[in-house]
Design a protein around this ligand. Sequence first.
Ligand SMILES: [Fe+2]
Ligand SMILES: [Fe+2]
Length: 265
Amino acid sequence: MATITVRRPTFDLDDLPRRWVGGSSLGTWFGNAGHVFIPLGEQFFIDAVRPFRDDLDDPELRRTVAAFIGQEAVHARLHTAVWDQLRAHGVPVELYARLITGFRRVAEAHAPRTLRLATTAALEHYTAAFGRAFLDEDLDGVLPEGMGELLRWHGAEELEHRSVAFDVLAEVDDDLVLRLAGLALGSTLLVVVPGVGVALFAAADLARGRLRPGVRLPNPRLVGMGGRLLIRFGQEIARYVQPSFHPGDDPPPPSYDAWRAAQPA
Ligand SMILES: [Fe+2]
Ligand SMILES: [Fe+2]
C-alpha cells in the first residue's frame, strides 16, 4: 500500500467565481454541496473508525488508523475553509449543514457502530474512486487552479488510505452481509446527501433570481467527466461485492505516482 502521509498543504482558493465548476450552475451546486458534506462526512468517518483503534491487535493497522484520522482531519479543515466564500455567494451553508447533522444524529441513534464502520468502509471505496478520477482527469480549464490542486491532493490521500476502514472492518467483523449492508447504506447516502444539497442550492439561486434564462447545452467536458465517473462507480461496486475483494488489490494509477513525484520533499 502507498504510504499514508499527513500533509498540510495550502492552496490559493481566494476569489472563487460564483460558478466555479466549468461555468455551470449544476456543476457548481454539486461542488458547493461537496465542500459542505465532505468535511461533515469525514468527521463521521473519523468517529466511526476511532472507537475500534484500541481494540486492534495489529500495531501496523493501529498506526494506519492514526494516519487516516490525521489525513481526514486536514481534508475537513481545508474544505471548511471555503465555507466563508460560499456564504458570500449566498449559498445556504448553515441550513444544509444543519440538515446533514440532524440526519446523522437520527441515523446514529439507530445504526449499530459496526454498521457505521461498514458504511465508512464503503464510502471510502467511493472516495478512492473519486480520487482516481481527480488524478486521471484533466481539470485545467474546468476548475480554478487552486481548486484543482486541492481535489488532486485530497484524491491522492484518499488512495493512500483506501484500505484502512476496510481493514478495520475486516478485523472487527468480516461478515460479507455487513459489508454489503454498509455498501447499500453508503450508496444511498452518496445519492441522497448531494441530491438534497443540489436541490437546496438550486432553490436558493432561484429565489435570488440568479438562474440564467434560456436553455443552454451542458458543458461537454463536465458531461464527459460525469459519465466516466458513473462508469467507474459501477465497476467499483462490482468489485466491492466480491467476497475476495480488498481495496489494496488495485494499485494507485500512474497519475498518482506523477502527483507524488511532483510534491515537495
Ligand atoms: Fe478525505
Ligand atoms: Fe477518506
